[in-house]
Design a protein around this ligand. Structure first.
Ligand code: IPM
Ligand code: MN
Length: 359
């Protein structure tokens, strides 16, 4: 199985129908203002390579480093203050490495930094493209998962009572609003409609989660009526896991809720050359604030500083950022440069890809 997508032609197609491209071209000669949150573990190592590649491709970036993540929290207690959040709002985009460190209990940095940004900046779309040849297959697949990014079980509804006793009670609800579900589904239809296959699959678990599933399915069916050219399908999430492995070619665009999307996109990465290549865009499509771009992988504290981290997912996430900033041609060039496998250390891979994208 190849580690990265084999065909350059396919890499060129990834740019097709990404729905990330702004309708208005930006003013020429102005550097994009990027807030960089390297974060924890390998995060700063991979974001440094991503910035290196973007600059080598000739795009001017005016970057500001924000020292946030587990290490900062342990030093002075800041996770993401409201003041820092306000500062972030002034940037064109945010480039994030990874958050999470074993020294801090699970959830503290994830909820307090990453999820806070997703919720407060209304990054309601998590768009994750997958290109690769799945194990046991001969031909590459290419599909995009649209994950709802501000609702579902991620909102933290629920609580615990009598913790640590035999009478402990824990509830964790899933919040699904008509507005949140509809705007996500609409984005997915727009995307599907802009692509050549024009196919959209809703993934949920409507046979068990009947309340949330009912809202998702009804909204999907209603919006579908406005997109007569888009062919639709529905898969339960457990069946979708089988198809991701056994028949990934059946997918073009997939839309799903926050938690299903989280799990399914790790599987998407695993069948598309590995999680080291999986990129993502956390989008505020209304552009009322900065969107955020990050690799799907985590902070991998076990390999920090060893040079083993593959920066390709961060570089491909920066390419998604360039799509969003109106630099689609450069983004396509970066994707093409990532299509042929590079081996070496983190910086060697970054240097090799940077050399390929130089004008
Ligand atoms: C992701 C990550 C996050 C998520 C974690 C770090 C909170 O797994 O972006 O997929 O669950 O959304
Ligand atoms: Mn995840």
């Amino acid at each position: 199985m190849p580690l990265v997508p084999e065909s350059g032609t396919l890499a060129a197609q990834i740019g097709e129908g990404t729905a990330l491209r702004p309708r208005i071209a930006r003013r020429m000669n102005s550097a994009h203002r990027i807030a960089v949150i390297g974060g924890d573990g390998i995060g700063p190592e991979v974001t440094a390579e991503a910035i290196k590649v973007v600059r080598a491709a000739g795009v001017e970036l005016d970057t500001t480093d924000f020292d946030l993540g587990g290490a900062r929290y342990l030093r002075d207690g800041e996770i993401l203050s409201d003041e820092t959040l306000e500062e972030l709002r002034a940037y064109d985009c945010i480039l994030l490495g990874a958050v999470g460190t074993p020294d801090v209990p699970p959830g503290v940095i994830e909820r307090g930094l990453l999820l806070k940004m997703r919720f407060e900046l209304d990054l309601y779309i998590n768009q994750r493209p997958f290109v690769g040849t799945a194990p046991g297959h001969d031909t590459p697949h290419e599909f995009i998962v649209i994950r709802e990014n501000t609702e579902g079980p991620y909102v933290g509804e629920g609580g615990a009572l009598r913790v640590g006793t035999p009478h402990e009670v824990a509830t964790q609800g899933s919040v699904n609003t008509r507005l949140g579900v509809e705007r996500c589904i609409r984005h997915a239809f727009e995307l599907a409609d802009s692509r050549s296959r024009k196919h959209l699959t809703l993934v949920h678990k409507t046979n068990v989660l009947t309340f949330a599933g009912g809202l998702w399915q009804r909204t999907f069916d209603e919006v579908a009526a406005e997109y007569p050219d888009v062919e639709t399908a529905y898969h339960h999430v457990d069946a979708a896991c089988i198809y991701f492995v056994q028949d990934p070619h059946r997918y073009d665009v997939v839309v799903t809720d926050n938690l299903f999307g989280d799990i399914l996109t790790d599987l998407g990465g695993a069948v598309s050359g590995g999680i080291g290549l999986a990129s993502s865009a956390n989008l505020n499509p209304a552009r009322t604030g900065p969107s955020m771009f990050e690799p799907v992988h985590g902070s991998a504290p076990d390999i920090v500083g060893t040079g083993q981290a593959n920066p390709t997912a961060a570089i491909l996430s920066a390419a998604l950022m360039l799509d969003f900033l109106g630099e689609a041609a450069v983004a396509d060039r970066i994707r093409a440069a990532c299509a042929d496998p590079v081996s070496g250390t983190t910086t060697e891979i970054g240097d090799a890809i940077a050399a390929r994208v130089k004008n």
